[in-house]
Design a protein around this ligand. Structure first.
Ligand SMILES: Cc1cc2nc3c(=O)[nH]c(=O)nc-3n(C[C@H](O)[C@H](O)[C@H](O)COP(=O)(O)OP(=O)(O)OC[C@H]3O[C@@H](n4cnc5c(N)ncnc54)[C@H](O)[C@@H]3O)c2cc1C
Length: 411
């Protein structure tokens, strides 16, 4: 098989421009941006916060550095998924990176859903402002009362009443729903019971975030952090009514859409996690060369050379696996790509967590503090072992693909 993991010549300068903007313009403002969140209402943007974020977005957009995630499309840059991996890695080096270039989760996944499965009306009302970076969105699948790693458990009630659907139930871990700019939710609901086969009972429906009956109960905390103003919200739906045309593709097609949505979203997270690992390794190396103990630079003490080398090697292995999964996606066969995406979905957070943890260690006490980006990065990457499917579910996919080679039976 002839696999290519490279960047086409014409996209190299583009990547460099993204890397330069991340390093020279976004990173220097991150600290001030984070400090602004702590002022006043954490779920509203201060004037300065909005100025920083919207200012950076406007700059990126004016420079044409926008919507790179639209891979293999004439609307974006026509990057392949393999090529996009290099861009996402650069954006992953800083928490604001992806949003500045309008490439952040969960919007990119939701935009793909609107683009692929949405009606003309949905494209006009939701896709257009999302593509322009004017609004944000959330994806609501997980529920507090059921094991949501098995999506056939999703049970939010969605009952047809004339030309409307009525939704009742709770969702949690709805990332991005805390943001005042979040205007629309894509919600996985249950529209049929036992009369339908297991994978035809769930549907996806579009719900405006301000629909009557929606109540944000609380932000979920990740190791004590609320991740404001993005947030991971616990939401209650009480008799929320939306027109029947808000259903995507039709009743019972939720799994089809989820498969299309989650593949790219998962690999994008992995690409950014590799960027976070690279950034942590850079910080670790610089720190180990700057600081001295016992008469030597930290780098020269104990097993620190080995630690640095192991981190470098693991990042390289993870990147190659990520590129291979991306290459499979570029071949257009989602089924063939799936076990590769599952492999990297387990490996990328594992490697990034290890590298960030070693960087924390090299920084001593400061590593776990607010004075470096490492503690926040570790917390974020740790959640990736759960979000978009826990490790165990992905390992199961990998094992099934492996066992299928040796048996005709369903495994
Ligand atoms: C920070 C964060 C952001 C998130 N954002 C979103 C979001 O935007 N939208 C959304 O809908 N959800 C979101 N989630 C939810 C996430 O996708 C779920 O937590 C995840 O799918 C697991 O579902 P669950 O929490 O119900 O765990 P459960 O389904 O109860 O699973 C718990 C554990 O059971 C074990 N397990 C499950 N299946 C298997 C198996 N096949 N084999 C072996 N062990 C297994 C695993 O150890 C697993 O971790 C987010 C989660 C976090 C932490």
């Amino acid at each position: 098989m002839n696999m290519s993991f490279g960047l086409r010549e014409e996209n190299r300068a583009l990547l460099q421009r993204v890397a330069d903007m991340v390093r020279d313009e976004i990173m220097p403002l991150e600290e001030e941006y984070q400090a602004e969140i702590d002022k006043g209402d954490r779920w509203a943007y201060t004037e300065r916060q909005a100025e920083i974020l919207e200012g950076l977005k406007a700059k990126a957009r004016a420079a044409g550095l926008w919507n790179f995630w639209l891979t293999d499309s004439d609307k974006g840059f026509g990057l392949s998924t393999v090529e996009y991996a290099y861009f996402a890695e650069e954006m992953g080096k800083t928490p604001l990176g992806a949003e500045v270039f309008n490439c952040s989760a969960p919007d990119t996944g939701n935009m793909e859903v609107f683009e692929r499965y949405g009606s003309e009306m949905m494209k006009e009302q939701w896709l257009k402002p999302l593509l322009n970076g004017e609004i944000r969105s959330a994806y609501l699948m997980t529920e507090p009362d059921v094991a949501s790693s098995d999506a056939t458990n999703v049970s939010m009630s969605c009952v047809r009443d004339g030309d409307e659907y009525v939704l009742n139930g709770e969702k949690w871990w709805s990332s991005g729903a805390g943001d005042p700019r979040c205007k629309v939710y894509i919600v996985m609901v249950k529209t049929a019971g036992d009369e339908q086969p297991k994978h035809k009972r769930q549907s996806m429906i579009v719900v405006p975030a301000d629909a009557p009956g929606i109540e944000i109960l609380r932000p979920m905390q990740v190791y004590g952090h609320d991740d404001a103003p993005h947030g991971h919200m616990h939401i209650r739906f009480s008799n929320v009514r939306v027109p029947t045309e808000n259903i995507l593709l039709g009743e019972g097609r939720g799994f089809e859409i989820a498969q299309g949505r989650l593949g790219p979203g998962r690999i994008h997270h992995c690409m950014r996690a590799i960027g976070q690992a690279e950034s942590a390794l850079e910080q670790m190396c610089k720190r180990s060369l700057q600081r001295e103990a016992f008469g030597k630079k930290l780098a020269q003490l104990g097993a620190n050379y080995d630690i640095i080398a192991e981190c470098r090697m693991e990042i390289e292995m993870a990147r190659l696996l990520c590129l291979k999964a991306a290459w499979y996606m570029d071949q257009g066969d989602a089924r063939a790509a799936a076990p590769w995406i599952s492999q990297i979905k387990v490996i990328a957070p594992r490697v990034a967590l290890k590298v960030i943890d070693e960087a924390v260690q090299m920084f001593g006490g400061q590593g776990v503090s607010q004075d470096t980006p490492l503690a926040t990065a570790w917390t974020h990457v740790r959640t990736l072992r759960l979000a978009d499917g826990p490790d165990a579910v992905h390992r199961r996919q990998v094992a099934r693909a492996e066992l299928t080679k040796y048996t005709q039976e369903k495994v």
